[in-house]
Design a protein around this ligand. Structure first.
Ligand SMILES: *Cc1c(COP(=O)(O)O)cnc(C)c1O
Ligand code: SF4
Length: 354
């Protein structure tokens, strides 16, 4: 805060609130009001407090504070960049893979990320399934025994009350064919105060519960976030991490290494590093795939293997997430040429049939 005052206790939800908090210059207001009319805005007190308003390249601000460039859509950008819509058998369910499906109980989030792939769908008003719609979505899981994993996403499922989460987990936990309940969320970093003991208890289940935390910068892991993650792991929830590779946020070897190490230090196992999905008005965040591969390759061997995420692209026609490297093995005459992460290499000849 520029004048030394405490951050407001409520999320900043429009351009004027951001200007009043000193996070955007008043001259930018007309353009940013237009952005905010098109895409939802929310910066939680926890995240606002991390922003240095004097730094025009602040990696926290870059993720949450709207930018005039969002009004420009390139021809490659799509409103539904990973084609969720054609894979929706009932409202709130997305079924693309045989053994797992998404359950989207609401479309609200604690913060609205400027690079979000669902930015045309998410927002504070939209998408809460009614009691009957939620029941129908849960009935769908019950009727599909090949689906062994329910993935709660949204929006952000931890925006639900503990009571409603407990109800969903109880219904899913009762399905004999379901092995895994997974939640994708930004709440433990973006609004850690929501992760109360009651919330953590609501996630307890006899099933394997995985929580996949979305965080993109080491600084997002505050003391409060640490306490929130601790409560979750005490409740038996296994913690995974996912990040989006973002220009100006985590696109250097130092910032990416710091993020992955910080995740691990909070018991969060890095799972995915996502290539940016081309949602409208997000071009300024894109890092070329060649650069992403080189960044990850530079960490291999130098940074604990626990930190290694799968670098993946979600294919735009809904064909799923594909790992996009880096790879260390190349087909060569009669075998494979394998690059060593510490330097050097090895030619592994094909086995000769005995
Ligand atoms: C991303 C996604 C999943 C989860 O994929 P994993 O590779 O198992 O993490 C499942 N279903 C849909 C529709 C998805 O978009
Ligand atoms: S929390 Fe996730 S769904 Fe919500 S705006 Fe950010 S990226 Fe999108």
């Amino acid at each position: 805060m520029p004048d030394g005052s405490l951050p407001s206790p409520r999320p900043l939800r429009d351009a004027d609130a951001l200007a009043a908090a000193g996070l955007v210059p008043p001259a930018a207001l007309p353009a940013l009001r237009e952005v905010a009319a098109r895409y939802a805005v929310s910066v939680t007190p926890a995240m606002a407090a991390l922003i240095d308003p004097a730094d025009p390249a602040d990696p926290i601000a870059a993720q949450y504070v709207p930018h005039p460039a969002e009004l420009e859509t390139t021809p490659q950008e799509l409103a539904d960049p990973i084609a969720d819509h054609p894979h929706t058998p009932v409202k709130g369910v997305v079924h693309r893979y045989p053994d797992r499906a998404l359950l989207k109980p609401l479309l609200a989030c604690p913060v609205y990320c400027r690079f979000c792939f669902r930015r045309e769908q998410v927002g504070p008003a939209g998408g809460v399934l009614s009691e009957a719609e939620l029941d129908a979505a849960l009935d769908w899981f019950e009727a599909h025994p090949a689906v062994r994993e329910a993935i709660l996403t949204g929006g952000d499922p931890l925006m639900l009350s503990p009571r409603r989460l407990r109800h969903i987990l109880a219904r899913l936990s009762a399905l004999p064919h379901l092995d895994i309940i997974r939640l994708h969320t930004r709440v433990p970093v973006a609004d850690p105060g929501r992760v109360t003991e009651a919330m953590a208890e609501a996630l307890e289940s006899e099933k394997a519960v995985f929580l996949c935390l979305h965080a993109n910068h080491a600084r997002e892991f505050t003391g409060e976030a640490r306490a929130a993650l601790r409560r979750l792991s005490r409740a038996g929830v296994a913690l995974l991490g996912q990040a989006v590779l973002l220009r100006g946020v985590n696109d250097t070897a130092e910032s990416l290494e710091a993020l992955l190490r910080t995740m691990l230090a909070h018991r969060v196992k890095p799972y995915y590093l996502h290539q940016l999905d081309r949602a409208p008005g997000t071009a300024r965040f894109e890092v070329p795939i060649a650069e992403g591969r080189a960044l990850l390759a530079s960490l291999r061997g130098r940074v604990t293997g626990l930190a290694w995420p799968t670098y993946a692209l979600d294919l735009p026609q809904g064909q799923g997430k594909a790992p996009i490297g880096p790879d260390f093995a190349e087909r060569a005459e009669g075998g494979w040429q394998v690059r060593g992460p510490l330097g050097g290499g090895h030619f592994q000849a094909d086995a000769t049939p005995g």
